[in-house]
Design a protein around this ligand. Sequence first.
Ligand code: B12
Length: 151
Amino acid sequence: MELQFYAHPPDTAGLDVVVTSVASDAHTWNLVYLQLLLEELGHRVTNLGACVPDQLVVDECRARRPDLIVLSTVNGHGFVDGKRVVRLLRGCPELHTTPMVIGGKLSIAGGEHGRGSRELIEAGFDAVFEEGAGIVSFRDFVQSLPSGVTR
Ligand code: B12
């Protein structure tokens, strides 16, 4: 009798995502919101939480090699903190090409938005989602990324 093997397709669905805030930021519900949103889209999330020291973000991302890194900060220091952290992350050879985005309430000065976002992109982010940019564009960005392969 001929045996039939039904191989499961490789589990390519979904991305491994690291969601994190920055060292200065104690707000947590933004992170919970992002985790739930990403999980609802079928991705796997490691949420590093609030007040994460720079070196811990770097170490976790180097160890996990995620398909996407999402920084969220709402305390108003996002432009400063984001630039510092993304430069450290981009300084790691294994994270050179990892998609990295930042979003939230990034400053306390409304007028700073355009310039601040440009500086964040120049520092290494692939996209910036400031308050008001809308969660829809973030979702579109995430869905445009190639699905990861389970390691
Ligand atoms: C609760 C709260 C706190 C709590 C937090 C408790 C906790 N466990 O989280 C406490 C009391 C600790 C706190 C402290 C402070 N807070 Co506070 N806090 C708030 C408050 C009232 C609600 C925040 C919240 O939970 N929202 C619910 C979540 C789900 O929404 P969200 O955070 O807005 O995130 C949404 C978007 O921003 C977006 N988003 C966020 N990140 C990202 C990332 C990406 C990639 C994308 C696409 C979208 C995205 O999506 C989310 C869902 O829509 C807001 C005011 C408000 N009404 O928003 C102020 C607020 C955020 N806090 C503020 C400030 C200034 C502070 C303090 C500096 C106050 C002080 N002088 O001590 C400290 C900072 C502490 C610190 N080290 O960070 C300011 C920030 C000002 C700014 N950015 O312009 C706000 C806006 C109040 C205000 N109007 O001035 N805070």
